[in-house]
Design a binder for this molecule. Structure first.
Ligand code: ZN
Length: 195
Protein backbone atom coordinates (compact mmCIF):
# COMPACT_ATOMS: atom_id res chain seq x y z
CA UNK A 1 0.00 0.00 0.00
CA UNK A 2 1.47 3.36 -0.92
CA UNK A 3 2.29 5.62 1.97
CA UNK A 4 0.05 8.60 2.59
CA UNK A 5 2.33 11.46 3.56
CA UNK A 6 1.19 13.44 6.55
CA UNK A 7 2.06 16.94 7.63
CA UNK A 8 4.18 15.45 10.43
CA UNK A 9 6.13 13.40 7.87
CA UNK A 10 6.81 16.46 5.79
CA UNK A 11 7.92 18.50 8.79
CA UNK A 12 10.36 15.71 9.62
CA UNK A 13 11.59 15.61 6.01
CA UNK A 14 11.98 19.39 5.99
CA UNK A 15 14.08 19.12 9.15
CA UNK A 16 16.29 16.45 7.58
CA UNK A 17 16.72 18.45 4.41
CA UNK A 18 17.79 21.54 6.31
CA UNK A 19 19.70 20.10 9.26
CA UNK A 20 20.38 16.41 8.61
CA UNK A 21 19.24 13.80 11.11
CA UNK A 22 22.21 13.38 13.45
CA UNK A 23 20.64 15.56 16.09
CA UNK A 24 17.50 13.45 16.01
CA UNK A 25 19.71 10.50 16.88
CA UNK A 26 18.59 8.77 13.69
CA UNK A 27 20.07 7.76 10.36
CA UNK A 28 18.19 8.32 7.10
CA UNK A 29 17.49 4.62 6.96
CA UNK A 30 15.99 4.68 10.44
CA UNK A 31 13.83 7.67 9.48
CA UNK A 32 12.59 5.87 6.35
CA UNK A 33 11.73 2.81 8.45
CA UNK A 34 9.92 4.89 11.05
CA UNK A 35 7.83 6.70 8.45
CA UNK A 36 7.26 3.41 6.64
CA UNK A 37 8.61 4.39 3.22
CA UNK A 38 11.53 3.22 1.11
CA UNK A 39 14.80 5.07 1.33
CA UNK A 40 14.21 6.09 -2.31
CA UNK A 41 10.89 7.77 -1.68
CA UNK A 42 12.35 9.55 1.32
CA UNK A 43 15.16 10.91 -0.87
CA UNK A 44 12.59 11.94 -3.45
CA UNK A 45 10.63 13.81 -0.82
CA UNK A 46 13.79 15.59 0.33
CA UNK A 47 14.49 16.52 -3.31
CA UNK A 48 11.08 18.15 -3.45
CA UNK A 49 11.99 20.47 -0.59
CA UNK A 50 15.26 21.27 -2.34
CA UNK A 51 13.35 22.07 -5.52
CA UNK A 52 11.17 24.52 -3.62
CA UNK A 53 14.38 26.32 -2.70
CA UNK A 54 15.38 26.28 -6.36
CA UNK A 55 17.91 23.45 -6.01
CA UNK A 56 17.75 20.53 -8.46
CA UNK A 57 15.06 19.67 -10.93
CA UNK A 58 12.18 17.96 -9.10
CA UNK A 59 8.93 19.65 -10.11
CA UNK A 60 6.26 17.24 -9.05
CA UNK A 61 5.99 18.19 -5.40
CA UNK A 62 2.85 17.70 -3.41
CA UNK A 63 0.74 20.60 -2.24
CA UNK A 64 1.37 19.47 1.35
CA UNK A 65 5.13 19.77 0.82
CA UNK A 66 4.62 23.28 -0.50
CA UNK A 67 2.51 24.25 2.49
CA UNK A 68 4.92 22.78 5.03
CA UNK A 69 7.80 24.51 3.27
CA UNK A 70 5.99 27.85 3.33
CA UNK A 71 4.99 27.52 6.95
CA UNK A 72 8.05 26.04 8.62
CA UNK A 73 11.17 26.49 6.51
CA UNK A 74 12.24 29.66 8.28
CA UNK A 75 12.19 28.14 11.77
CA UNK A 76 15.54 27.89 13.54
CA UNK A 77 17.00 24.42 14.06
CA UNK A 78 16.09 23.94 17.72
CA UNK A 79 12.52 25.06 17.23
CA UNK A 80 11.98 22.84 14.21
CA UNK A 81 13.57 19.90 16.04
CA UNK A 82 11.23 20.40 19.00
CA UNK A 83 8.32 20.43 16.60
CA UNK A 84 9.48 17.19 14.97
CA UNK A 85 10.09 15.40 18.27
CA UNK A 86 6.84 16.52 19.80
CA UNK A 87 4.62 15.87 16.80
CA UNK A 88 5.80 12.94 14.73
CA UNK A 89 4.00 9.86 16.05
CA UNK A 90 6.86 7.54 15.10
CA UNK A 91 9.24 9.57 17.26
CA UNK A 92 6.88 10.59 20.03
CA UNK A 93 5.89 6.95 20.47
CA UNK A 94 9.49 5.89 20.83
CA UNK A 95 9.36 6.63 24.51
CA UNK A 96 12.06 4.30 25.67
CA UNK A 97 14.79 5.93 23.65
CA UNK A 98 13.74 9.54 24.09
CA UNK A 99 12.95 8.94 27.74
CA UNK A 100 16.36 7.44 28.34
CA UNK A 101 18.02 10.48 26.82
CA UNK A 102 15.83 12.89 28.77
CA UNK A 103 16.30 11.02 32.02
CA UNK A 104 20.02 11.16 31.58
CA UNK A 105 19.96 14.88 30.84
CA UNK A 106 17.86 15.39 33.95
CA UNK A 107 20.28 13.31 36.01
CA UNK A 108 23.16 15.46 34.91
CA UNK A 109 21.29 18.61 35.81
CA UNK A 110 20.10 17.25 39.13
CA UNK A 111 23.51 16.10 40.28
CA UNK A 112 25.30 19.07 38.77
CA UNK A 113 27.71 16.93 36.88
CA UNK A 114 27.70 19.02 33.76
CA UNK A 115 31.29 19.99 34.51
CA UNK A 116 32.31 16.34 34.66
CA UNK A 117 30.57 15.68 31.36
CA UNK A 118 32.34 18.64 29.83
CA UNK A 119 35.67 17.31 31.02
CA UNK A 120 34.92 13.82 29.66
CA UNK A 121 34.17 15.28 26.22
CA UNK A 122 37.38 17.26 26.35
CA UNK A 123 39.41 14.16 27.25
CA UNK A 124 37.71 12.18 24.49
CA UNK A 125 38.55 14.98 22.08
CA UNK A 126 34.84 15.49 21.32
CA UNK A 127 34.94 12.22 19.41
CA UNK A 128 32.51 9.32 19.69
CA UNK A 129 34.34 6.54 21.51
CA UNK A 130 32.37 3.89 19.66
CA UNK A 131 32.47 4.98 16.02
CA UNK A 132 34.91 7.90 15.83
CA UNK A 133 32.28 10.42 14.71
CA UNK A 134 33.35 14.02 15.32
CA UNK A 135 31.49 17.06 14.08
CA UNK A 136 31.55 20.67 15.09
CA UNK A 137 28.77 22.95 13.92
CA UNK A 138 29.05 26.69 14.43
CA UNK A 139 31.58 26.16 17.18
CA UNK A 140 29.62 23.46 19.01
CA UNK A 141 30.47 19.78 18.99
CA UNK A 142 27.66 17.40 18.17
CA UNK A 143 28.43 14.87 20.91
CA UNK A 144 26.78 13.57 24.04
CA UNK A 145 28.16 12.43 27.34
CA UNK A 146 26.74 9.04 28.26
CA UNK A 147 26.65 7.42 31.67
CA UNK A 148 27.86 3.83 31.38
CA UNK A 149 26.34 2.80 34.67
CA UNK A 150 23.27 4.98 35.03
CA UNK A 151 21.92 5.95 38.38
CA UNK A 152 18.90 4.08 39.52
CA UNK A 153 15.99 6.44 39.57
CA UNK A 154 16.43 7.16 43.23
CA UNK A 155 20.11 6.26 43.48
CA UNK A 156 22.78 8.72 44.29
CA UNK A 157 25.75 6.88 42.89
CA UNK A 158 28.16 9.48 41.67
CA UNK A 159 29.23 9.68 38.07
CA UNK A 160 32.99 9.72 37.76
CA UNK A 161 35.13 10.41 34.73
CA UNK A 162 35.60 6.64 34.41
CA UNK A 163 31.95 5.76 34.06
CA UNK A 164 31.24 8.48 31.51
CA UNK A 165 31.93 8.17 27.82
CA UNK A 166 31.58 10.48 24.83
CA UNK A 167 29.15 9.20 22.22
CA UNK A 168 27.74 10.62 19.00
CA UNK A 169 23.94 11.07 18.85
CA UNK A 170 23.52 7.85 16.85
CA UNK A 171 25.58 5.63 19.16
CA UNK A 172 23.95 7.30 22.17
CA UNK A 173 20.52 6.51 20.83
CA UNK A 174 21.54 2.91 20.16
CA UNK A 175 22.89 2.64 23.74
CA UNK A 176 19.40 3.44 25.00
CA UNK A 177 17.62 0.87 22.87
CA UNK A 178 17.49 -1.15 26.06
CA UNK A 179 17.61 -0.59 29.75
CA UNK A 180 20.20 -0.92 31.25
CA UNK A 181 21.95 0.64 28.25
CA UNK A 182 24.01 -1.34 25.77
CA UNK A 183 27.75 -1.23 26.45
CA UNK A 184 30.17 0.38 23.96
CA UNK A 185 31.48 -3.00 22.74
CA UNK A 186 27.90 -4.12 22.08
CA UNK A 187 27.11 -0.95 20.11
CA UNK A 188 30.33 -1.41 18.19
CA UNK A 189 29.38 -4.94 17.29
CA UNK A 190 25.81 -3.93 16.35
CA UNK A 191 27.22 -1.27 14.05
CA UNK A 192 29.79 -3.69 12.60
CA UNK A 193 32.72 -1.56 13.74
CA UNK A 194 36.15 -3.07 14.31
CA UNK A 195 35.12 -6.64 13.66
ZN1 ZN B 1 29.16 7.00 17.35
Amino acid sequence: MPHTWTEEDDILVLYMYKFGCERLGLTRRMVADRIGVSRGSLEYRIANFKALDGIGSATNYARLTQEVHARYSNLPEAQLRRLVLSRHPALVGDDQVIEGLLKEAKTFRRTRNAQLAKKRKEIDNYTCQVCGFCLSYKGRYVVDCHHLDPLAETGERKPTLDNLVTLCPTCHRIAHLQSPPLQPHEIRSLRGIGT
